[in-house]
Ligand binder design. Sequence first.
Ligand code: ADP
Length: 382
Amino acid sequence: MIEEGIDGTDANPAAAREADEALRKAEDAELAARREHPENLDTEFASPLADADERVIESALRPKRLTDFTGQVRVREQLSLILQSALRRGRPPDHVLLAGPPGLGKTTIAMIVAAELSTPLRITSGPAIERSGDLAAVLSTLSDGEVLFIDEIHRLARPAEEMLYLAMEDFRVDVVIGKGPGATAIPLEIAPFTLVGATTRAGLLPAPLRDRFGFTAHLDFYSPGELEIIIRRSAGLLGVTLTDEAAVELSTRSRGTPRIANRLLRRVRDYAEVRADGVVTGDIARTALELYEVDFRGLDRLDRGVLEAVVRRFGGGPVGLSTLAVALGEEAETVEVVAEPFLVRCGLLARTPRGRVATAAGWSHLGLDPPPSLAEVPGLFD
Ligand code: ADP
């Protein structure tokens, strides 16, 4: 079963046509929206979060099988073993937890798990399940072996979370009928299923929930080489011609994130179509990305805003997350989940017990001389 995806072809041409059509429509809508509101062109440009339109475009670019999935080599190997052994035993595999920043492929992996197991997939998210009844409705209608994907699982309401414990362990839910002292819990058998949970904040998951996953995968940022492969594959699917130099340029500016790589590719394609002959060259890519305010390391406005605030307003830190968020007028979660992991990964920012601190490289990235205390200890934060 797992080998079926090796050639990367889509087993269902009708579905592929449908995806193509959806992609075309979403792109048209996106272009129209941008023509209508050119002022929105550069906002949230390099955010790893996707909006609804983008989700449609993404679905056409998503690798469908494990063998098409680039990078995350260890996770892929471990997952392949788990899935193969489940198929051999004829039983659903252990529940899988995927942790990592947005845009790194968690939803894609959930879809791949279902495809490799040839089972249906049900998708929901923590915030969508407001009451335990919502979850009971989902769980009680799962078919045998179905994969249930809960995105942002750290945001599940407490009663739903408790219901999930029992469901994950015993494939059973207790439905409570009535209220107060007369309330009774009626146990309800549910079909064996595999839960794939995704979270951008694994630290927020309560231990009893975390422990019920048989396999936890931590997704990491992608290397430029891996992103280059992803960009070339997406360019093929979108019919974009790009030079090797352009592929390298895009890969180093994609913040280690496939979602951003695909987005940058579409934006430079637009630029190449409007301002040139449609071919994305290195020069075109650089000029377009400058226009969109994505710098040579892939930092966007929010990233630079965080770094600038730490350096210029708080003298390089340490500064606490909530103070920093207030200074930026952003949600603390946006700063923590969207900007920080990449800044830390680049060695521009460090998290210390006393707060966030700009590293010597962080100061230099803004064209400033690091204070002597940082400069004197080379490599302290590298
Ligand atoms: P997440 O759920 O972690 O936010 P997604 O799974 O939605 O991320 O991935 C975002 C986009 O990035 C998808 O359109 C997908 O095409 C692309 N993508 C993610 N990981 C990979 C990968 N390893 N190889 C190719 N494309 C990928």
